[in-house]
Ligand binder design. Sequence first.
Ligand code: PLP
Length: 358
Amino acid sequence: MSMPRLTINLAKISANTTAIVARANSQGIGIIGVTKGCCGALPVARAMLDGGVSGLGDSRLANLARLRRQLGKSVPLYYLRLPMLGEVEKVVAIADVSLNSQLETLAALNAAAARLGKRHGVIIMVDVGDLREGLWPDRLPLLSEQLQKMSSLDILGVGTNLTCFGGVMPSQENMALLLECQRELARRLRRELPLVSGGNSSSLPLLWEDKIRPGINQLRIGEGILLGLETALRQPVPGLAQDAFVLEAEIIELASKPTLPIGPTAQNAFGEQPIWQDRGWRRRALLALGRQDTAPTGLTPLDEGVEIIGSSSDHLVVDIEDSGRKWQLGDTMAFRPGYGALVGAMTSPYVAKRYMWR
Ligand SMILES: *Cc1c(COP(=O)(O)O)cnc(C)c1O
């Protein structure tokens, strides 16, 4: 067995999806399953589809292109990152829908769609305060005037993204603003717009309390499905599994060492100046797992009494003094990855991936 290794429990991913979709559907909301935390991996995409998502979304075109080849035309694919001007033809060729905030990009998508003889769906992203992507609401009139000329685009509605950059939580106020933008755009375009894509996993607490504003009819969910967490406070969502992913690494050194490095200290390999606390000599393990494999700060040891004390490109150092277990050289230690650690492990060619169906 090749180490480090990420084990992916597809039954848990599928069950998490089912639970979220059931809650959402009962409130008239469809779920787009977001695969970017897993590099758009086909087994994960399939588990989400099993769970009833109405489409798949990813922030990388390469992932969507692969999913398109593997899944065929029947599954709606959403491109979640705003398109680069240099990739609009690919976006139209691969994705059914893209999220957009920029007039020039929309014009380029429209021209590309016309050239390819295809129609392309767009969701107009509105910035309701988080300050990542999104049109400022007062620009809607100008945008809608220009959109009317773009005859190869299907304007599907508006969307917003929250709690990703500014940390702004979904609220009754910002949801109301989004719905107001939808009404204004529909009125100016003189057509019905089917979608209001109201947010991501930070909306799950509201979904669980039945407090998503009526009219919002789509959420784009990644972390909630994969890790069972909402992303505003990173709390477990009731009824969802938090352990669909386990990352394991092998112990390559076991020793008792001082906790305070010996000699004058400067920066470590990453330009950081670690601060050490003298706790005397303690037993520790060196693992063959580093920053080339994952984001070590996002790991939680599954064994009680194990504490991560540092990492470099290829190594993780853990304190095992208080662990009840008698660790041996060659043992593997298991961790639960947070979102950053999961993305790191999924994108690293050095980490073996093992899929389990139960
Ligand atoms: C990543 C992403 C999502 C999904 O976010 P989660 O917090 O993982 O649910 C939704 N929408 C956009 C635009 C994204 O980039």
